[in-house]
Design a binder for this molecule. Structure first.
Ligand code: GLC
Length: 659
């Protein structure tokens, strides 16, 4: 049962698509205090209560013991002391003495102090305008299901999106793309996508390519014939340059955010001075979405949206003020305070909250201050593309994923979790982010495999790959200043080539589980505590996950370890795969086991009564042949299973025989 309570008059985020009558009852569970400019909700925590959800935020699966702020930010680098993230996902479940779900539907800042200030208290501070949904159900999974029903069906990408993607900020020209394609091929490593980052643009202008892409269409077609799609980046802001047609068109269409006097608001991002398209206005969305035609006409079918929190390096007027102050201070013997004033003015430039308060969206003829709707910016950027794709080719599925997001954007695209680092802790972070994201509707998601910032080590790449093969968005991405981490440039080539094929072996299972999670409003990655309700041992397990209904994962995320302890909540079949067609199994009883995981094996655990469909594919997604699948079984002799498949852009449930 879901009840809705309204506080003030909230801007409609359109995150909830189902109409729910407003309740006039007293809000249960919370003690609510109304202060001058905020509403504070307190909940007394029992020592065994766990808090799940909040989507992308950092820390463990159980969010207890930290303070989290929902205000989308360029959270580079992601680390354990942060309170914010690139996204704002305001759904959580309290699980314990009382179990219920809570969704705060508000487009602006909200803070969750979950036993941080007071170990026994959860304090949520929101502005005065929000809709509150309280979800009651028979258990956590039922609460998730009910919540997901009201926010609408999650995005389903095209089938090729389940292949492997290689990315790096640093590919500069068509030769770089061809080199990656060739080097993966030489190493017999499967590859489905190569991401194109900002250096491939002409002067960081969206929807353009630099001169090396002399015949972009032919280059992309050539790669596609080899089974490789290119995935260009599309940044949120548009370069201010009157020789750039997109910029001129943006002005002519009045499609950008404006200052209080109605003049285009100028900010700095990669291209220098830029305009922020007004994704919150129907006009701005329609205008920006239509720009994708330039890329779609080149045969491109996949995109990533970036810098859309929005990330601002500066606003034009604030940088002018800071540099004027710096100029005036030159050659002066500054007092300490004067020195701090200068350095402070410069360090306050990026992502300054005051800038967010200075520009406006035009929503249905009314100017709306950006700060009040900040968390909807990335969401509506993805929506603008998705709405245009439907017009461009209503039958086709396109791949799109975004850095910033809000509940609601899960209907339009996937997400990646932003600029993580090549640290072991961030591999574990991905394990804990996935269930939280699934609860909020984001099923097509994943972290930068191997870590974006800092240099990765080869053992971290192997361990991350051993987990990454299960994650829907399977992309190795890194920054230009780190050492190369493409699998084809690392030493243990044979291991990577084999382990990558295990992904393709399991895609029939992954795709089927993915579609089931979307259609049934269930989770692809589920904490064990949601499933094994009567087993007190699983409550605290934060480094094992159920993957679909039949498989349990227990990744290795520490360096210099040969294996790890795994708790089996029931008798399971341990599966060790070394490639798409080679595996060994043994039955393990319920309880604790030390499981060795050599570098060249992918280890997972199958529930009794399950049959896992497996493909022999070695090359890419197109190499998966549903007429030639085999089975890994644990006390299930079915020779036929029903699997969701994508056939001619349609998703069909079809019987498949297994050898
Ligand atoms: C941002 C993105 C990162 C990208 C870089 C350059 O930091 O998060 O993925 O590589 O910008 O475009």
């Amino acid at each position: 049962m879901i009840k809705k309570y309204c506080f003030g008059n909230v801007f409609k985020t359109e995150s909830v698509v189902k109409n729910i009558n407003v309740s006039t009852d007293k809000v249960p569970y919370f003690n609510i205090e109304t202060k001058d400019d905020e509403i504070v909700l307190n909940y007394n925590l029992d020592s065994n209560d766990a808090i799940y959800g909040l989507g992308e935020v950092i820390r463990g699966i159980n969010k207890r013991g930290w303070i989290y702020k929902s205000l989308c930010e360029d959270a580079f680098p992601v680390h354990e002391s942060r309170t914010g993230s690139y996204a704002a996902h305001n759904f959580l479940i309290v699980s314990g003495v009382k179990t219920f779900g809570v969704y705060f539907d508000t487009p602006t800042a909200i803070t969750y102090d979950i036993a941080f200030t007071d170990i026994d208290l959860m304090t949520i501070k929101a502005c005065k305008d929000f809709d509150l949904y309280i979800v009651e159900g028979k258990d956590e999974l039922d609460i998730v299901k009910q919540f997901r029903e009201i926010i609408g069906q999650s995005y389903i990408p095209p089938f090729f999106a389940f292949g492997f993607a290689q990315s790096r900020w640093g590919y500069k020209c068509k030769e770089d793309l061809l080199r990656i394609a060739n080097d993966y091929e030489k190493c017999n490593m499967p590859l489905d996508m190569i991401n194109i980052d900002i250096d491939c643009m002409d002067d960081y202008k969206d929807f353009t390519f630099n001169d090396t892409f002399d015949d972009a269409k032919a280059i992309f077609e050539g790669l596609k014939e080899r089974g490789i799609r290119v995935v260009p980046i599309v940044d949120a802001a548009i370069k201010k340059d009157d020789t750039y047609d997109v910029y001129n068109d943006c002005l002519a269409n009045k499609a950008c955010c404006v200052d209080k006097d109605g003049n285009p608001y100028v900010v700095g991002v990669w291209p220098g001075d830029s305009l922020l398209p007004d994704y919150l206005s129907a006009n701005g969305r329609e205008w920006f979405g239509a720009q994708y035609k330039r890329l779609l006409d080149l045969g491109i079918e996949a995109f990533w949206n970036d810098m859309n929190e929005p990330s601002l390096f500066y606003s034009r007027h604030r940088i002018n003020e800071a540099f004027t102050l710096a100029g005036e201070s030159a050659n002066k013997n500054l007092s300490l305070q004067e020195f701090w004033n200068v350095t402070g003015a410069i360090s306050a430039l990026p992502n300054n909250i005051e800038d967010y308060k200075e520009f406006y969206h035009n929503v249905d003829g009314k100017l709306v201050c950006h700060y009040d709707v900040h968390n909807l910016y990335g969401y509506n950027m993805v929506r603008s593309a998705s709405e245009y794709f439907k017009k461009y080719n209503p039958k086709k599925r396109y791949l799109i994923y975004s850095r910033s997001s809000f509940i609601g954007s899960h209907r339009y695209g996937g997400i990646w979790t932003g600029d993580n680092a090549s640290w072991w802790s961030q591999l574990l972070l991905e394990v804990s982010q996935l269930p939280g994201l699934n609860m909020c509707g984001f099923i097509y998601s994943g972290a930068d495999l191997g870590g974006f910032g800092e240099s990765s080590t080869e053992d971290l790449m192997i361990r991350w790959l051993q987990f990454g093969i299960f994650v829907p968005l399977f992309r190795n991405h890194s920054s230009f200043y780190t050492r190369l981490q493409e699998f084809c440039y690392l030493k243990r080539k044979e291991i990577y080539a084999n382990l990558l094929t295990v992904r393709y072996a399991l895609v029939p299972y992954l795709y089927n589980a993915y579609i089931n999670a979307v259609y049934n409003n269930s989770m692809l990655f589920t904490p064990l505590s949601f499933i094994y309700k009567n087993d007190s041992r699983v409550t605290d397990i934060q480094d094992q996950l159920m993957f679909g209904n039949d498989i349990m994962l227990a990744p290795i995320y520490t360096q210099n370890t040969k294996g790890r302890y795994v708790y089996l909540p029931e008798r399971m079949l341990e599966v060790r795969m070394t490639s798409s067609s080679k595996y060994e199994t043994r039955v393990l009883e319920k309880g604790d086991h030390f499981i060795e995981v050599p570098f060249d094996e992918i280890v997972f655990f199958v529930k009794e009564g399950s049959v896992i469909p497996v493909s022999h594919a070695k090359k890419n997604i197109a190499d998966i042949n549903y007429n030639d699948l085999y089975a890994i079984r644990f006390n299930n002799n079915d020779n036929e299973v029903e699997l969701y498949q994508e056939i001619d852009d349609e998703i069909v449930l079809k019987k498949v025989s297994l050898k």
